[in-house]
Design a protein around this ligand. Structure first.
Ligand SMILES: *[C@@H]1O[C@H](CO)[C@@H](O)[C@H](O)[C@H]1NC(C)=O
Ligand SMILES: *[C@@H]1O[C@H](CO)[C@@H](O)[C@H](O)[C@H]1NC(C)=O
Ligand SMILES: *[C@@H]1O[C@H](CO)[C@@H](O)[C@H](O)[C@H]1NC(C)=O
Length: 656
């Protein structure tokens, strides 16, 4: 049963028109536009790139007026550049380029890590002016030189030892990036080093085995890292990848003797994004993750794929912080040995359970630390619920989530094919439900590098050529009330029969219908769905508006399927070579709710057209016949002769 459902979700994207950006920002001097960071309150969109950091006006990124636009160039001195070029494997790696942007100091500053002549450079900029707030410095372990490395970092301002601000990174170091580690640089306050750096043991792949990091978050007393890594080799010698969440305590200073300058609190667990069945089907490769804080709970929406190659399948899963913490705090810990993995029983766990935050990690006993060092993985996995939007042939590489009152709206992206999916996700009782609202191919000329969202307004994507700004909805294209209200950003004007983007004022005005439902067709619409009339002529072809997956009826009965009927993937009904019997009332319904109702009227009598419309129809009829003969020019002229005749007849008829 699962298979049918799963493989039904093969979407025909190719061949669909793409949507153009509302606004774009370009700069000829920039090689690649990369990281996005948004301050929704200030309407400021910060963009990292190969060459500069920008502050753009999020409501119109094309506005480069003095009061809303700032550009901060990244500079590489000539001597540094030539030195870099002489050592670099690839000269493009020498260009100064951002790798990581984050807010600090209550959104007032921006922490920027860039690769400048292959040297990691840290700057702290004023959010308004992008002026340096401190002397730029070189510091390793925070961002990578090679932009294809999947690394992550997060700035934590509270909860660290001595309340020093610090970065936490999931990163690769070494000449070829051969060391994989979760790292915190030395803690410095007022120019003084308080504590040495701390990390995972990168020579032991039980800690991290070729991890590909996708995100990191500062949550309470912990920092969480999301990544995928090699879990084990299967019996065919294939390397099996699992997705993980790992957790460290911010107060951790490492052990005194054992685990010196190494996390004493590192624990990890598998993320389970799978379709349950006798043999569960796993989406094991996490690709991206987004944190959502809503009504006192923290959620992580993550995208997964079955592999990184083409012809893969993808899905979205949601993890609750409370379940992550519960499992890491109480789950059975695996003991890893050379000949396999064994979970240990609860009574073997020492006084200091691995993963517990200690106010002074130097005081944990050597014995307990020896245990912690070899018990890093929890046996059970963390459930991500039922996969959302499982789909073949795409990789959801990026995700963003808008939190509305009655639902979360997920925006998923495939960076290579440049497709965006917009999905409603809401809770009914104890059950989460989802519904695909929109899928669009984006008019972006090259691979997407990053995405960001201005809640309820726009989403942004970066690529080589620039930054593109798209509205969260295309309401005016939704031709019926039912379709309009499925989109949480739209409301229906019952007077003008028009769909428009929801605003604070139309939400409450008379004449506007606004849905209070999530993901379903609103019952409010049934009364407002008007009967449109479509006039057609014998032999013509017509197309009736529809909705994806809607059911068509004619005069209340299921539509007979005829050779002349086609239902498009968007649910439109096409009737070719209309006959008299095609007249009637056509209804398209979805989930038993009426979406469109059209009355088709068929006019006969091509021989005696009495109106311009009939005359045109007469012409079309002959043109179609001409097409059918396929012998282009000769047949065309024959048909034209007939056509003239038809016209002549019509002229005669007027004289009679
Ligand atoms: C961007 O701004 C320029 C000049 O200010 C204008 O010519 C152009 O049409 C604008 N483009 C868009 C997509 O808004
Ligand atoms: C980073 O991840 C992407 C897929 O998410 C993968 O295609 C790419 O190979 C990874 N980069 C490296 C250097 O492994
Ligand atoms: C993952 O979740 C599925 C569905 O809930 C379950 O059937 C399966 O046993 C879980 N797998 C692991 C490894 O926990």
């Amino acid at each position: 049963m699962f298979l049918t459902f799963f493989f039904l979700l093969v979407l025909a994207i190719e061949g669909y028109a793409s949507i153009s950006a509302d606004h774009t920002f370009k700069d000829r001097n920039i090689g690649q536009f990369r990281e996005l960071l948004i301050d929704s309150k200030a309407g400021a969109l910060f963009v990292g790139s190969e060459g500069a950091v920008f502050r753009l006006w999020a409501y119109n990124i094309n506005d480069t007026g003095d009061n809303v636009f700032v550009k901060k160039q990244l500079i590489l001195s000539d001597s540094e550049e030539s030195e870099c070029r002489s050592t670099a494997s690839d000269e493009s790696l020498c260009r100064p380029s951002t790798r990581f942007l984050a807010f600090t100091n209550n959104l007032n500053s921006i922490y920027v890590c860039s690769s400048v002549g292959m040297r990691p450079e840290i700057r702290v900029l004023d959010s308004l002016s992008l002026q340096d707030l401190q002397e730029p410095k070189t510091e390793i372990g925070i961002c990578v030189v090679d932009p294809t490395f999947n690394s992550t970092a997060v700035v934590a301002e509270n909860g660290n030892p001595e309340d020093a601000t610090s970065v936490y990174s999931g990163i690769r170091t070494g000449m070829g990036g051969e060391n994989h580690l979760i790292y915190r640089p030395p803690l410095i306050k007022n120019g003084k080093q308080l504590h040495a750096s701390i990390r995972t043991i990168y020579s032991d792949n039980k800690w991290l085995n070729e991890p590909q990091f996708v995100g990191s978050f500062d949550v309470g007393q912990h920092v969480l890292f999301f990544f995928r890594e090699i879990a084990h080799d299967n019996s065919f010698g294939e390397r099996i990848v699992h997705s993980r969440v790992a957790r460290v305590c911010k107060k951790d200073l490492g052990g005194k003797n054992v685990l010196r300058q190494v996390w004493t609190s590192f624990v990890k667990a598998r993320l389970n994004c799978s379709v349950s069945a006798n043999f569960p089907f796993y989406f094991d490769h996490i690709q991206s993750v987004k944190r959502v804080d809503h009504l006192g709970e923290t959620y992580f929406y993550a995208t997964f794929s079955t592999s990184e190659t083409a012809f893969t399948s993808s899905a979205i899963c949601m993890f609750q912080l409370s379940s992550i913490n519960h499992l890491l705090d109480t789950g059975l810990l695996m003991e890893e040995t050379t000949n396999g993995q064994f979970s240990v029983t609860a009574d073997e766990i020492p006084v200091h359970r691995p993963g517990t935050c200690s106010s002074n990690s130097h005081s944990i006993s050597d014995n307990d630390l020896h245990f912690a060092k070899t018990h890093l993985l929890v046996a059970d996995s963390i459930s991500g619920g039922a996969p959302i939007l499982p789909l073949r042939d795409f990789i959801y590489t990026h995700i963003d989530v808008d939190t509305l009152q009655n639902q979360n709206v997920i925006f998923a992206f495939d960076s290579i094919s440049r497709v965006m999916w917009k999905v409603s996700h809401w809770k009914e009782g104890n059950e989460w439900k989802w519904n695909l609202i929109e899928q669009e191919k984006l008019a972006v000329t090259s691979k997407i590098n990053d995405v960001a969202l201005l809640p309820s307004e726009f989403f942004f994507v970066t690529s080589k050529s620039g930054v593109s700004q798209f509205s969260v909805a295309r309401c005016s294209e939704l031709a019926s009330c039912a379709l309009c209200l499925l989109d949480p950003y739209c409301s229906w004007n019952a007077v003008n029969y028009k769909c428009a983007q929801k605003t604070k004022s139309n939400e409450r005005s008379v004449g506007w219908i606004t849905s209070t439902w999530a993901g379903r067709i609103s019952p409010e619409c049934s009364a407002a769905e008007k009967l449109t009339v479509k006039e057609t002529y014998l032999g013509d072809g017509i197309k009736l508006n529809g909705a994806k997956d809607c059911k068509w009826q004619k005069n209340g009965d299921e539509l007979e399927s005829l050779k002349r009927h086609t239902i498009t993937s968007q649910g439109e009904l096409i009737i070719l070579e209309v006959e008299q019997t095609d007249a009637g009332i056509y209804e398209c319904s979805k989930d038993n709710m009426l979406v469109f109702r059209v009355k088709v009227v068929v006019h006969e009598n091509c021989a005696r057209p009495t109106s311009v419309a009939e005359y045109r129809s007469c012409q079309r009829q002959w043109c179609k016949k001409a097409d059918a003969y396929k012998a282009a020019i000769n047949v065309w002229s024959d048909a034209n002769k007939n056509n003239v005749q038809c016209k002549a007849e019509s002229t005669n008829s007027h004289h009679i």
